[in-house]
Design a protein around this ligand. Structure first.
Ligand SMILES: *Cc1c(COP(=O)(O)O)cnc(C)c1O
Length: 357
């Protein structure tokens, strides 16, 4: 078997994490955000596992991702497409019964033209209002005219997205909440969706009908520790070679790390071409059987060098080192690389083998 990096995907942990959110908010719905190949965990398998556990609502960014969810879960779930419709997308939205999220007046006009040409969409549509993120969504000032235009065909969902949900004290949170209440009051009896992962941990005023967690389903983000969410993925790389280096020698490109003592160095099969960030050079670490082994020198395209002096008995070709997952928190590694967990899992390339537990 070729020694190459592997991502072990823990579908049972992802399902468990989703169930914890459902338990946190009884009488409300919890969707699953599975865009970007379920943050690198594999959209078909993750969607199927969550659907089997009872998840009825999925969010993706693109219609082609929505089609993949439909193929994985069958006809019944509601699949929202966050980036909304393009003019020539109507066949895929109809055939796969996808629910477009309308983000602009132009997208609303596309929707109207589809409805005039072929009748209502089988699963309706959602309206996304920009309450302060300034990224995507209809301006709140258009809510009145849109609610009149939509009187004959009410939306299935009114949504917005919080900019600072990871900072509970930020004033923008309540500003956005107030605007969201004003907008949704114009659409009585239409369910609302506001909070993503971080919003779930704000106070209960922020609870809408349908939560949209992504990163926390996969064991990332900053959930309260009492929830004890579990890792969705464990990234591992096999040792290819081990060498005893002497004090004053240097490691790797640019000789960027100079050894101060004699050191046992292991070279593992993982690099930035696998999606592991070069910014973890001389900063990140790996775990070998629960022992921390710092990255020495630069992360190169295919290879990383580790200080394995603490585990000489385990340092042999074929033994795996973990870079995040069950033994090493995703966000801990991400912080050392100057990034966030989302980028580590969603950025993994096709060269990394996915194994499903
Ligand atoms: C990606 C995304 C989410 C999920 O966010 P997480 O922080 O991963 O929970 C929810 N809503 C919108 C609009 C998004 O773009």
């Amino acid at each position: 078997m070729t020694l190459r990096p592997r991502a072990r995907i823990h579908l049972d942990h992802i399902v468990d994490n989703w169930r914890r959110f459902c338990a946190m908010r009884p009488r409300r719905e919890t969707a699953a955000v599975v865009k970007a190949d379920a943050y690198g965990h594999g959209l078909p398998k993750v969607s199927e596992a969550l659907y089997d556990a009872g998840c009825q609502h999925f969010f993706v960014a693109y219609s082609f991702e929505g089609l993949a969810v439909r193929q994985a879960v069958g006809p019944h779930a509601v699949i929202y497409v966050l980036n909304g419709p393009d003019a020539y997308d109507d066949v895929i939205f109809r055939d796969a019964a996808l629910t477009p999220v309308i983000n602009s007046d132009q997208q609303f006009q596309i929707l109207v033209s589809w409805i005039q040409a072929g009748g209502a969409l089988p699963r309706g549509y959602a309206l996304h209002f920009d309450t302060g993120m300034n990224r995507l969504g209809l301006p709140c000032s258009d809510a009145g005219s849109i609610s009149e235009a939509a009187a004959q065909l009410p939306p299935a969902l009114i949504m917005s997205h919080l900019a600072c949900a990871d900072q509970p004290e930020a004033g923008l949170n309540t500003t956005q909440l107030d605007r969201f209440h004003d907008v949704s009051a114009l659409f009585p009896n239409v369910p609302t969706s506001l909070e993503a992962s971080d919003g779930l941990f704000l106070d209960e005023r922020f609870q809408s009908h349908l939560a949209r967690p992504g990163i926390c389903l996969y064991g990332g983000g900053r959930p309260p520790s009492h929830l004890s969410l579990q890792a969705g993925m464990t990234l591992e790389a096999p040792i290819l070679q081990v060498r005893a280096c002497r004090a004053h020698e240097t490691i790797g490109y640019g000789a960027s790390h100079k050894l101060t003592t004699d050191t046992l160095v292991a070279t593992v099969a993982l690099g930035y071409a696998d999606g592991f960030p070069r910014s973890a050079s001389n900063a990140g670490y790996a775990m070998i059987d629960g022992v921390s082994c710092p990255i020495l020198g630069r992360v190169s395209m295919d290879l990383i060098t580790l200080n394995v002096s603490a585990v000489p008995h385990l340092a042999r070709p074929g033994h795996f080192a973990q870079f995040f997952g069950t033994d090493l928190p995703l966000e801990d590694q991400a912080e050392r690389a100057g990034t966030i967990g989302y980028e580590l899992t969603a950025g993994l390339t096709a060269r990394v083998r996915r194994d499903y537990d």
